[in-house]
Design a protein around this ligand. Structure first.
Ligand code: ZN
Length: 276
């Protein structure tokens, strides 16, 4: 056992910034998986705080870590709290980077992870507006460093059937039953219960009219949050409950833990050399 790496000491911490350079090198050499949580600080209507996506990302990571296989060395980077939230800038309190800045920041975080010797990076995203950013950054980092970069959006993880009704699952994108339930479980004091409502999205009406076109339909369009509902939220927050939140957190955390294990087990020889 290396100096300072005894059980229960800080060298065993899953948090990147608790470690020393030597810890990092050892973790990387054991096929370490770096996990970068990506979130947003943005409006979620009047019933949820600006920190909702960050709270959910942190809550899912904390719930996933104890389920990661014991032989998988994982290092959780400090979350990128602020993301790409242009669609929410019509509401006070939203913080947003430009797409260009966000891509540069994510790229430079990935460069730093690669420089530390890590070849496996999981981008763990909790905000829909960051999806395109995650896709672009993953490809750029793969091309630049030959590393495995996982594009993990928790809200794209499959749910067991019957957990949420199909309409809510499809249209309750923002501050609806899904996010509000997880917040009721993770940070109950942060939910303004008197402001819970049923924020029916424009997308519900367009789908009911049989349109292919919808905000996130078969063919989507660029939208601002106020286009979907004047409150800034979409979905039925009144259908939320702490019990549902506990079930959702448990489910998503199990999937995230499995994904971290799979990133560790992934054969990097499957990523072929890029001619220079
Ligand atoms: Zn959100």
């Amino acid at each position: 056992m290396a100096d300072g790496a005894g059980e229960g000491q800080s060298g065993d911490s899953p948090w990147w910034q608790d470690l020393t350079p030597r810890d990092i090198v050892q973790r990387a050499a054991r096929g370490g998986v770096a996990l970068l949580p990506l979130a947003a600080i943005e409006q979620h209507g009047e019933h949820l705080p600006l920190s909702t996506d960050l709270d959910i990302a942190n809550g899912l990571v904390a719930a996933a870590l104890p389920r990661v296989r014991a032989d998988v060395p994982v290092c959780v980077l400090p979350p990128l709290a602020v993301g790409l939230s242009l669609e929410h800038t019509g509401f006070a309190g939203t913080l947003s980077m430009s797409p260009e800045t966000a891509l540069a920041v994510l790229g430079e975080m990935g460069d730093s992870v690669a420089r530390a010797g890590f070849r496996r990076l999981v981008l763990f995203n909790s905000h829909g507006g960051n999806k395109a950013l995650v896709d672009l950054a993953a490809l750029k980092l793969r091309a630049a460093h030959g590393m495995l970069v996982v594009r993990a959006n928790y809200f794209r993880f499959a749910l067991p059937s019957g957990v949420l009704d199909a309409d809510e699952l499809r249209h309750g994108l923002h501050g609806g039953a899904l996010e509000t339930s997880m917040m009721l479980h993770l940070v109950p004091h942060a939910v303004r219960r008197e402001a819970l409502g049923d924020f029916r999205s424009l997308g519900v009406n367009m789908a009911a009219d049989g349109c292919l076109l919808g905000p996130e339909g078969e063919a989507g369009f660029g939208w601002m949050a106020q286009d979907l509902h004047g409150s800034g939220a979409t979905g039925n927050a009144q259908g939320a409950s702490a019990a549902l939140g506990a079930r959702l957190v448990d489910h998503f955390a199990a999937r995230l833990a499995q994904l971290i294990d799979e990133a560790h087990d992934f054969d990097l020889a499957q990523l072929k050399p890029v001619p220079r």
